[in-house]
Design a protein around this ligand. Structure first.
Ligand code: XUL
Ligand code: CO
Length: 445
């Protein structure tokens, strides 16, 4: 097999924080045990196929810039399946050299559209057989698969939420086939991002119908999963907007309300993407905490937005502090089970060297590894937990318990309050707590 990433001949080594080697890990040490688990098992890194191998760098203003010789931009006359095979060789070469234990794909990332459903499905089957061989050879596993229900023009008005049931049927067929493929490849999860499940204008949209359709679609996915014996988790990926003006899976709270309304809460969890969280006006850590609280936390798409740009930038995560606060919620809740950290992150359009794909992922993995160390140290130190517990002690006392267990009612609280003075106010201490976090960020090694 001819190699694509020829500058990197060995697996990227761990050399520690003092190394200046840009093609080495400085913090991610797969075998290092943190809070009782190997780093690799905590973080469960995945590389995404779409940004790293499918995207040629095009944007709405200009053509592809990246060195992706299998891409139709650069090989317009190549046989699509030959090109897909060359792309898969390069992808698995990259996963293995990086030392990423997992990858993720859309059906159309690994197998090109065949023009008809039948031909597309046959191509996917052929490429899945090849992916199984690559997985066997390299030991790389599939974190999740997903069907692309947003790129083809047939999905212009959505997939499950389309006003035309023929489109719903097509999407259902595509998901059935892709879920089977994910199952065959031993996928740990199956993701549904509602790329066009939303609307542009209420003037032509029947909200109630579209939500009922979406719920029926998801119920069918759950039924199919059970029928084929897929043991992985089904995950919805919330995003507030882009490409549609309003997306139904706006954020974790909206997804949770939807799952409760349609009695799907025990069957479906969420895949939280950092840049989607920030677009919805929330911190990454908030979305994790909301999902953990609702019992629907599944997996993470690790990336970063840009403070000044209000769309989905999908940069590699580089902020240790932001990621530490997210990891604090994840590790505090017991860590990943089926999920992991998928780099739904892409290079900037000018990053045209082949090695840039390594630099992006090395930076992201080191950032997340450091964030894990910070989170584990904060949890071990216990100051934040002690502070939080102290803040709520009143609720463990007589008054708090009698309010919560219902032995005291509104009128009784009225009578109790009449002759009392003001409650004693105490400091929330936010700055002191932020300083504690900053100290851990600075100190961990
Ligand atoms: C889009 C996005 C997708 C999903 C998979 O914003 O995040 O790549 O992760 O369809
Ligand atoms: Co994503």
């Amino acid at each position: 097999m001819t190699e694509f990433f020829t500058d990197v001949t060995e697996r990227i080594p761990f050399e520690g924080p003092d190394s200046d080697n840009p093609l080495a890990f400085h913090w991610y040490d797969a075998d290092r045990v943190v809070a009782g688990r190997r780093m690799e098992d905590h973080l469960r890194f995945a590389v995404c196929y779409w940004h790293s191998f499918n995207w040629d760098g095009f944007d709405i203003f200009g053509a592809g810039t990246l060195d992706r010789p299998w891409h139709p931009t650069f090989a317009p006359t190549a046989d699509p399946l030959d090109a897909a095979k060359a792309k898969m060789n390069a992808a698995f070469e990259f996963f293995a050299k990086l030392g990423a234990p997992f990858y993720c794909f859309h059906d159309r990332d690994i197998a090109p559209d065949g023009g008809s459903f039948k031909e597309s499905a046959a191509r996917l089957d052929e490429m899945v057989d090849l992916a199984a061989e690559h997985q066997q050879r390299t030991g790389v596993q599939l974190l999740w698969g997903t069907a692309n229900l947003f790129s083809h023009p047939r999905y212009q008005a959505g997939a499950a939420t389309n006003p035309d049931p023929e489109v719903f049927a097509y999407a259902a067929a595509q998901v059935a086939h892709c879920l089977d493929a994910t199952h065959r490849l031993g996928g740990h999860n199956y993701v549904l991002w509602g790329g066009r499940e939303g609307y542009e204008t209420l003037l032509n949209t029947d909200l109630r119908r579209e939500l009922d359709q979406l719920a029926r679609f998801l119920s069918m996915v759950v039924e199919h999963k059970q029928r084929i014996g897929f043991a992985g988790a089904i995950l919805i990926e919330p995003k507030p907007f882009e490409p549609t003006k309003h997306q139904y899976d706006y954020d974790v709270a909206a997804v949770y309300a939807f799952l409760q309304r349609y009695d799907l809460v025990d069957e479906i969890k969420v895949n939280i993407e950092v840049n989607h969280a920030t677009l919805s006006g929330h911190d990454f850590a908030h979305e994790i905490a909301a999902a953990v609280d609702a019992g629907i936390f599944g997996s993470v798409d690790a990336n970063a937005g840009d403070d000044r740009l209000g769309w989905d930038l999908d940069r590699f995560p580089m902020s240790v502090e932001q990621m530490s606060l997210g990891m604090l919620e994840i590790v505090g809740a017991g860590g990943f089970t089926t999920g992991g950290l998928n780099f739904d992150s892409k290079l900037r359009r000018q990053s045209i060297d082949r090695n840039d794909l390594f630099h992006g992922h090395i930076g992201g993995m080191d950032t997340m590894a450091r964030a894990l160390l910070v989170a584990a140290a904060i949890l071990e130190g216990g100051e934040l937990a002690a502070n939080r517990a102290a803040r709520y002690t009143g609720w463990d006392g007589e008054l708090g318990r009698s309010i919560l267990d219902g032995t005291i009612d509104l009128a009784a609280l009225h009578d109790r309050t009449v002759d009392r003075g003001e409650p004693v106010r105490v400091s929330g201490g936010q700055e002191r707590l932020e300083n504690i976090v900053a100290r851990y960020v600075a100190r961990v090694r």
